[in-house]
Design a protein. Sequence first.
Length: 87
Amino acid sequence: MYIMIVKFGSRERKIRAANLLLYYTLASSALFLIVIGAIYSHCQSTSFDIISGVNGISTMSEEAQFFIWIVFFIAFATKMPIAPVHA
């Protein structure tokens, strides 16, 4: 997408638009990586069957689960163009 915006963009601000897309994608990917790492450190796996099982994410505190949900929501909101966080 970065290359397509830079090459085929129509305005003089196309470099800035491409850079913003890169930064937003990088930030949301970093959030995904951090949260998946937190889930892995708690459950010792990234398998959905293990995470949703008896000793999975349900053994975390509700505050931790809520924090993980909020970070996933923010990461998905920046990946998809949802109204308050779209560029």
